[in-house]
Design a protein around this ligand. Structure first.
Ligand SMILES: Cc1cc2nc3c(=O)[nH]c(=O)nc-3n(C[C@H](O)[C@H](O)[C@H](O)COP(=O)(O)OP(=O)(O)OC[C@H]3O[C@@H](n4cnc5c(N)ncnc54)[C@H](O)[C@@H]3O)c2cc1C
Ligand SMILES: NC(=O)c1ccc[n+]([C@@H]2O[C@H](COP(=O)([O-])OP(=O)(O)OC[C@H]3O[C@@H](n4cnc5c(N)ncnc54)[C@H](O)[C@@H]3O)[C@@H](O)[C@H]2O)c1
Length: 475
């Protein structure tokens, strides 16, 4: 029998079964007898598992390993990457675009997976096809984001590739124009070039605008070294394609593409649009609960709704990163659980003061936590800055072309790190030490007593604190 609109069907309903929705549902019910429905329109695991983080990193890791081998005497002549083997390993990481494993996980932790596209239909009420679900405690929006479509003449008619085509690629285009200068564009240009495509990248500004300028410069140089034709501050004006064809995700979508950039035509086999993403709120029924957009507080409660609606992940608009979205989801889930158990939202510490962490998996990599120098200065912080070479024994042993930069931003009045950016090979795995120092606000004098082992890349920490002490003595 169908439930009436007032009769709860579940304690918690989560719309969107990506990594964020999965975490929100799990944390809202774990350790209790509460029930949760996770509504998913496509694949449980979301964009991240099937068309974003996992496949993109599966394509990038072989390129990084080959790059390392090319700079390690004794490993012999490096053959080009075996494209079929790389794509097959990528397919293994996406489970062949089959979500049975993720569904089994969800059901195993007591979550009911509901297939279909969900829509809000009033307070605590969600419609999926001919089913009406009603939440006793909370509804969580975790619908992710969708690609932005830049208003470039002829672009839509050319059936361009989006990030789904680039990550789920089944054939490597001979040549491709990547439009955009963010993380998707830089990473995709890296794996496309490594797999043999001739890549042109056109960005309307500089690269990686939200990172320290030194990081963007190093990534730009890395792309140029890999043969990518990088065009910055470019005006992509017009796109024309011969015989566009809907050949399917990851296949070349028709004939040659001619793109006019700064008045000059560039002809390629494919064009990839990577110009940002926006929250997926289309046809979500926000208007049925009096909203036209989603804005959240530090405990992921949606503003303008009386305590039952939460949002986390890309749709919440704060960050567009899996790990940060999952952090929001854990907070939302804990708040929902705490309130359901008779507690208060304020029993749970919110995300407001948590630093952003991110890694750009280019060659070289960029790993960053907290804020940049420019952001610190804009916030009125009295900044001390350390910028040193990444060369220590551990990095030099790791590869012959070791190099890079560490930039540390110190709040001079509080004497703590507020931002760290690492640029170089393998820096992704160095980031968490920086994250602990920034998130835990470790006083700089205490960092001096965190002795890095020799000979590891972590010795950069010693160099950072030494440099800071040197600067202070000089003042
Ligand atoms: C190419 C690429 C590479 C990336 N690499 C990284 C990386 O290395 N590291 C990182 O941290 N981040 C990365 N990101 C960002 C990351 O993918 C997102 O931040 C992350 O997927 C957000 O998770 P989410 O659960 O909020 O959304 P999603 O993963 O998008 O999941 C949302 C889910 O909701 C479903 N849905 C949407 N609307 C409805 C509806 N109305 N009803 C039912 N279901 C619905 C969708 O089908 C989807 O499955 C990358 C992004 C891209 C594009
Ligand atoms: N390694 C990772 O963690 C990872 C990897 C990929 C994506 N992501 C996330 O996914 C999100 C989306 O990434 P993204 O790169 O699509 O977006 P983005 O917002 O980071 O970058 C968009 C880029 O497109 C450029 N652009 C916009 N319009 C243009 C136009 N008409 N012509 C030329 N350039 C134009 C912008 O100047 C900018 O450089 C990011 O927020 C990122 O955090 C993370």
């Amino acid at each position: 029998m169908a439930a009436s609109a007032s009769e709860p069907t579940h304690d918690v309903i989560v719309i969107g079964g990506g990594p964020v929705g999965e975490n929100a549902a799990q944390y809202a019910i774990q350790g209790s007898d509460r029930t949760a429905a996770l509504v998913e329109a496509e694949l449980v695991g979301g964009e991240c598992s099937y068309w974003a983080c996992m496949p993109s990193k599966a394509l990038l890791v072989p390129a990084a390993v080959r790059s390392l081998a090319q700079h390690m005497p004794g490993l012999g002549e490096q053959a080009p990457l075996d494209v079929d083997a790389v794509l097959a390993r990528r397919d293994a990481f996406t489970s062949g675009w089959d979500d049975a494993g993720q569904v089994a996980w969800a059901e195993g932790v007591g979550i009911e997976v509901v297939r279909g596209r969900a829509r809000l239909a009033g307070e605590r009420t969600v419609v999926v096809g001919d089913r009406t679900l009603v939440a006793r405690h909370a509804v969580v929006l975790a619908t992710g984001s969708v690609p932005a479509e830049p208003p470039i003449d002829g672009l839509a008619d050319a059936l361009p590739w989006g990030s789904r085509d680039a990550t789920a690629m089944h054939e490597v285009p001979g040549s491709i124009l990547v439009v955009g200068g963010g993380v998707v564009a830089c990473e995709a240009a890296t794996w496309l070039a490594a797999l043999g495509a001739h890549v042109t990248l056109a960005a309307r500004g500089g690269l990686l605008a939200r990172l320290e300028p030194e990081a963007a410069a190093a990534v730009e140089q890395g792309l140029r070294d890999a043969g990518v034709d990088v065009r910055l501050h470019a005006d992509v004006q017009r796109v024309r394609r011969e015989a566009p064809a809907a050949t399917g995700t990851g296949h070349v979508h028709g004939g040659a593409v001619t793109t006019t950039i700064d008045g000059v035509d560039v002809t390629t086999d494919e064009i990839l649009v990577a110009t940002g993403r926006r929250p997926a709120t289309g046809d979500l029924g926000l208007e049925t609960v009096g909203l036209d957009a989603v804005a959240v507080d530090g405990r992921q409660r949606v503003a303008g709704v009386d305590g039952w609606l939460y949002a986390a992940g890309d749709v919440a608009g704060r960050w567009q990163l899996t790990h940060m979205g999952k952090h929001e989801a854990r907070i939302a889930g804990e708040v929902i659980g705490r309130i359901a158990d008779g507690g208060h939202a304020h029993d749970v510490v919110g995300v407001d003061e948590d630093p952003l962490t991110q890694v750009v998996f280019t060659d070289p990599e960029v790993a960053a936590v907290g804020i940049t120098q420019a952001e610190a200065e804009d916030a009125g912080i009295r900044v001390e800055r350390v910028a040193i070479d990444l060369a220590v024994a551990g990095t030099s042993l790791a590869r012959d072309d070791a190099g890079g930069t560490v930039i540390a931003i110190v709040d001079a009045d509080r004497d703590v790190l507020v931002g760290v950016t690492l640029v170089g090979h393998g820096v992704a795995e160095l980031l968490h030490a920086a994250t602990v120092a920034v998130a835990a606000r470790v006083p700089i004098p205490r960092l001096w007593h965190a002795v890095p082992a020799y000979p590891t890349a972590s010795e950069i920490w010693l160099r950072v604190v030494e440099d800071l002490r040197r600067q202070r003595r000089a003042d």
